[in-house]
Design a protein around this ligand. Structure first.
Ligand SMILES: NC(=O)C1=CN([C@@H]2O[C@H](COP(=O)(O)OP(=O)(O)OC[C@H]3O[C@@H](n4cnc5c(N)ncnc54)[C@H](O)[C@@H]3O)[C@@H](O)[C@H]2O)C=CC1
Ligand SMILES: O=C(CO)COP(=O)(O)O
Length: 311
């Protein structure tokens, strides 16, 4: 059945998600903070409210929508990959707290917007504690170029997409320094284990990270120069400053903010995050890319631990 999908944010991802929604035969209404349509008008008849704004705008936008109010049947979908600095909340937690009586669905997976724009095939996850809502989004968004799977772990799905951005920065450094496939394979494997360790300690289910929203998104972002986070790492490896790299990208690279929030959270909760910590030191000008690699190689020797219980 045709849905009216209102998309908040007309950046790279909001625009691509609008195209995908139209491809799936839905009616699409865009809203952006500098656009001509008011937020009231945009959400008045929304069956689905899909937020594709960058992390820094999520709290403020959720508050604005809350002041206006949502039609009772509206399903909220969040496609943002980040953590709120002041509270460390994920976007779905922000939306769910603002709208406790509405289902919230997380849409996340290996979905580089530039490939979606070219109508190349891709798959993703629609995750919610409300399976009916997740299935509604699955049906609304599925098409012959976009395959949507459901799961019941919104936090894990969201953290997979959020934490891999930190690893994509590390991966860009690895490729930029020409460290080779052995190093890259080791990095991605240990990155996934680190994501699992953080994710499970924040309430995610371990299995989610073996799927599209975890391993899938990690592989996409860590192997593509289309990823802005990867480009941040690559640029730093060439000894550009963070400011120079962000200026070149001219778009959101959530991994920078996520790294800072993650390190604060990991230090407070005593979670071991060796790769993210080196990314943090690099982003904050405390070490060079070469020193970051050396620091990881020189860590204490230990048995290989895979499952979160063993960590
Ligand atoms: N581009 C991609 O390939 C993908 C992006 N994402 C995620 O989607 C989110 C958005 O990414 P992009 O569209 O690529 O970034 P972008 O930089 O192209 O667009 C960001 C959008 O957020 C809006 N925004 C920023 N601050 C705001 C505020 N205070 N209030 C209202 N709106 C505000 C901007 O106006 C713009 O529409 C990020 O969290 C990103 O990680 C997720 C999957 C794929
Ligand atoms: O999340 C993404 C792909 O799934 C997009 O990655 P970047 O934000 O690094 O461009």
């Amino acid at each position: 059945m045709t849905k009216q999908i209102t998309i908040l944010g007309t950046g790279a991802w909001g625009t691509a998600l609008g195209k995908l929604a139209e491809y799936g035969d839905n009616q699409v209404q865009f809203w952006s903070r500098r656009g001509e349509v008011s937020l009231e008008e945009a959400i008045a008849h929304a069956d689905v409210l899909l937020s594709a704004i960058s992390m820094k705008g999520v709290g403020e936008t959720a508050r604005k929508v809350q002041e206006i109010g949502l039609p009772p049947q509206t399903i909220i979908v969040t496609a943002t990959k980040g953590l709120e600095p002041s509270t460390t909340r994920t976007p779905s937690q922000i939306w769910q707290e603002a709208f406790p009586n509405h289902p919230v669905v997380v849409l996340s997976g290996p979905n580089l917007s530039k490939e979606i724009d070219k109508e190349l095939p891709a798959a993703t996850i629609a995750a919610s504690r409300d399976m009916k809502a997740a299935e509604t989004i699955q049906e609304a968004y599925s098409s012959d170029i976009f395959r949507v799977y459901t799961n019941t772990d919104p936090i894990g799905t969201e953290l997979g997409g959020t934490l891999k951005n930190v690893m994509a920065i590390a991966s860009g450094v690895c490729d930029g320094l020409d460290l080779g496939i052995n190093a890259k394979s080791a990095l991605l494997t240990r990155a996934l284990i680190e994501i699992v360790r953080v994710g499970t300690s924040l309430g995610a289910e371990v299995e989610t990270f073996w799927g599209l929203a975890g391993l899938g998104d990690l592989l996409a972002t860590c192997n593509s120069s289309l990823s802005r986070n990867y480009r941040v790492g690559f640029g730093l490896s060439q000894h550009k400053t963070l400011e120079q790299v962000l200026e070149e990208i001219q778009s959101t690279a959530e991994g920078v903010n996520t790294t800072n929030v993650l390190i604060d959270l990991a230090q407070r909760q005593g979670i071991e995050v060796p790769i993210s910590y080196q990314v943090y030191r690099l982003l904050n000008n405390q070490i060079t890319p070469e020193e970051a690699v050396a620091a990881l190689m020189e860590r204490d020797l230990k048995p290989e631990v895979i499952t979160p219980e063993e960590n």
